[in-house]
Design a protein around this ligand. Structure first.
Ligand code: SF4
Length: 341
């Protein structure tokens, strides 16, 4: 069974859930960590933006520690004098732009459907306020495309696939998109999906629901997280996202390759708020750091201890790949909860 979301990966390790399961039930860690799936080339783009003389780049904290292709991180270029700010919300980025009208405020936007509505709200607010020095470097990605890709993408097949009998669907993402978008996936690929909360009992209950589906040959979408997730999700947030963003034709993911229609871009009508447009940013694909197995781990093909760098050259204090940086990354979870057992 694959838990898509890094939040579930951490719950599984933190509470020792794998140890409670029989050997016949194995948990595979999926790509649902927004920091982990961003490819090296996009980190390079953000570093290039941060080095522009008149730019203040605002980023979520984890992203600041992921190395680009030249070993620089946003944190290291900040130490070198670039104006990089860690923010907890894109509205903080908006505030910083408002407070510094003589500088360009750029928000490094990452994440799945959970973080997309706040970014849309920030752009909408900037429009309403007539703020002309605020732009977004948009890297928002979509969950259903990633799940489909794990099972069928030619890029993934090229590297090998693993048999997965069912998926634990993400919690926060599903509060926004609802449970309906998984119905096509369950039907088309004949795999059960159970949306689950992040508490240990949520995860255990979801595993039980998946096992029951597998044993009875069903492949349905079930919702364990009924206290927060509905069938249709948060329609207000969905409308806001649809107003500002549109599907991107292709997007490269770390580990999953280039997946069509798997990400969002800012609509042409709002190009004034698109950092890629304003600063002429073009994307160049770059390989993962030498020896790093993040790609295979994100695809569920390998586990962190399979990487030769795990716990030696690569630790949370000195990460080589993105999976060791993020609080939701599989390598960080293994290191934190398993490396000394
Ligand atoms: Fe990459 Fe470090 Fe994980 Fe190895 S341990 S896969 S180098 S992040």
């Amino acid at each position: 069974l694959m838990e898509f979301c890094g939040g579930h990966t951490h719950a599984i390790f933190r509470y020792g859930i794998q140890d409670l399961l029989p050997d016949s039930v194995q948990m595979i860690h999926g790509p649902g960590c927004p920091v982990c799936v961003l490819p090296v080339g996009r980190i390079d783009n953000a570093i290039a933006l941060a080095k522009l003389p008149n730019v203040t780049l605002c980023s979520y904290g984890d992203m600041m520690r992921v190395p680009g292709s030249g070993k620089d991180t946003l944190l290291s270029v900040k130490a070198g004098g670039a104006d990089v700010r860690m923010v907890y919300s894109c509205l903080d980025a908006l505030r910083i732009a408002r407070e510094q009208p003589d500088r360009e405020g750029v928000f490094f936007a990452i994440g799945f459907e959970t973080t997309t509505p706040p970014t849309a709200l920030a752009i909408q607010t900037a429009i309403q306020e007539g703020l002309t020095n605020f732009t977004v470097f948009c890297n928002h990605v979509l969950t259903p495309s990633a799940i489909s890709s794990i099972l069928e993408s030619p890029y993934v097949r090229e590297y090998g696939t693993i048999p997965i009998d069912g998926f634990i669907g993400p919690a926060h993402v599903s509060t926004v998109i609802g449970s309906n978008p998984y119905a096509y996936f369950a039907e088309e690929y004949q795999r059960p999906v159970v949306i689950a909360g992040f508490e240990p009992l949520d995860v255990l209950q979801a595993i039980l629901m998946l096992v029951r589906q597998v044993n009875s040959g069903r492949h349905e979408v079930e919702n364990e997280y009924t206290r927060a997730v509905t069938a249709t999700g948060n329609m207000k947030a969905q409308r806001l996202v649809a107003e500002i963003f549109e599907l991107r034709k292709t997007f490269e993911w770390r580990g999953l390759g280039t997946i069509p229609y798997s990400a969002l871009q800012i609509k042409a009508a709002y190009a004034d708020f698109d950092a890629a447009e304003r600063f002429g940013i073009t994307y160049l694909s770059k390989p993962d750091p030498a020896g790093c197995e993040c790609g295979a781990i994100i695809r569920g093909l390998k586990k962190p201890p399979d990487c030769a760098l795990f716990g030696s050259a690569c630790t949370p204090d000195s990460p080589v790949g993105s999976c060791m940086v993020s609080a939701e990354g599989a390598c960080a979870a293994y290191y934190q909860y398993r490396s000394h057992t």
